[in-house]
Design a protein around this ligand. Structure first.
Ligand SMILES: NC(=O)c1ccc[n+]([C@@H]2O[C@H](COP(=O)([O-])OP(=O)(O)OC[C@H]3O[C@@H](n4cnc5c(N)ncnc54)[C@H](OP(=O)(O)O)[C@@H]3O)[C@@H](O)[C@H]2O)c1
Length: 309
């Protein structure tokens, strides 16, 4: 196991172990796997720690020594949250506060994964960390409350907002839309909703850089993280289907039909129209410039063998 003694001496007051809460999820499983190449990782999934149960949080975290914690677990189904607001509030907000409180007692640094859905989507330009959140759905409200609680527990804690996650550990939007294009002659996606996709492979690197890149001071406050370039949901879908077609997948729909967000009857929760986020603060902190989402998508397809015949 890799262990840099100088580094750990520099941060001296902290135990070197890293806890990942949510290691059964899309980001959490990848993050725990990647971090374990360089750190002692304690990976916790729902069967180890139930965020809906305060005693479980206090008992499990209270019993272990750690200096760093990533909270990736959440109730992420936006429409389910809308119809189960109390459950969403307990898991996304209250539990995050308890995790941060227990961690603060151990002087452990917490990184809370949040979302572009804390914004109302009315901005004409990408959102900056200084823009005031104004959630328009239960999920957004609960995540914003989670952010506040994590930052209130310790001013050294970090909130990272991400959007439209995709990557190798769990099927996500790219796999879903290609399946739709195979099943349906003319799938439809909103052409008036814009955001920036976030590749989990890149995101893990960015998180490591923010938290472990500067031995003297891990990043704190709010930082936006996503790949470069804004696209509509329709453009995002078309790019996935185009790549599948280029890789030889046959019998895919010719195009994705553009509709408005308001036309999607299946959505219970309101969603922000433009939730693209600006990542200049992250680049300033780390010197890293996120690659364009289209490049990240190609990398994902090649590395994972997705959409290859
Ligand atoms: N996915 C996106 O596009 C997106 C966009 C913006 C922000 N985010 C944020 O990024 C983070 C990671 O997202 P993701 O896509 O990796 O999420 P995910 O795949 O849905 O994983 C979330 C994990 O949380 C776990 N969980 C749910 N309720 C729990 C509970 N009561 N106790 C313990 N664990 C519980 C789930 O367990 P089970 O597997 O057992 O259900 C799951 O493993 C989340 O905080 C999310 O809010 C995601």
């Amino acid at each position: 196991m890799w262990f840099d003694e100088n580094y750990h001496r520099a941060v001296g007051v902290r135990d070197s172990s890293v806890v990942v809460v949510g290691s059964g999820g899309r980001l959490g499983s990848l993050l725990a796997g990647q971090l374990s190449k360089r750190h002692r990782v304690i990976a916790l999934d729902r069967s180890d720690l139930d965020l809906a149960d305060e005693d479980s949080i206090r008992r499990v975290l209270g019993a272990i020594d750690y200096g760093w914690l990533f909270l990736t677990a959440a109730l992420t189904d936006v429409d389910y949250c809308e119809t189960h607001p109390r459950e969403a509030y307990v898991i996304n907000a209250e539990a995050a506060g308890i995790v941060a409180e227990v961690s603060a007692e151990k002087n452990a640094h917490v990184t809370y994964l949040s979302t572009d859905m804390v914004f109302d989507g009315s901005n004409a330009v990408p959102y900056r960390e200084t823009d005031p959140p104004l959630p328009i759905c239960v999920y957004g409200h609960t995540k914003h409350d989670g952010e506040r609680r994590v930052l209130a527990a310790s001013e050294g804690n970090l909130v990272t907002r991400v959007s439209w996650l995709f990557g190798p550990s769990r099927p996500g939007f790219p796999e879903w839309i290609v399946r739709q294009a195979a099943l349906c002659e003319c799938p439809a996606l909103p052409e008036d909703k814009f955001a920036r996709p976030t590749y989990t492979i890149d995101l893990v690197e960015w998180l490591e850089s923010l938290v472990f890149g500067n031995a003297d001071a891990p990043a704190s406050g709010v930082v936006h993280l996503c790949n470069a370039g804004t696209c509509s949901w329709q453009e995002w879908g078309e790019a996935c289907v185009d790549l599948a077609r280029m890789n030889g997948m046959a019998n895919l729909a010719d195009k994705i039909r553009g509709i408005t967000l308001a036309e999607v009857e299946a959505f219970v929760a309101s969603r922000p129209l433009n939730s693209a986020m600006y990542t200049g603060k992250f680049s300033k902190l780390t010197g890293i410039r996120p690659r364009p989402w289209s490049e990240a998508l190609r990398h994902f397809v090649i590395q994972s063998g997705q959409f290859m015949v």
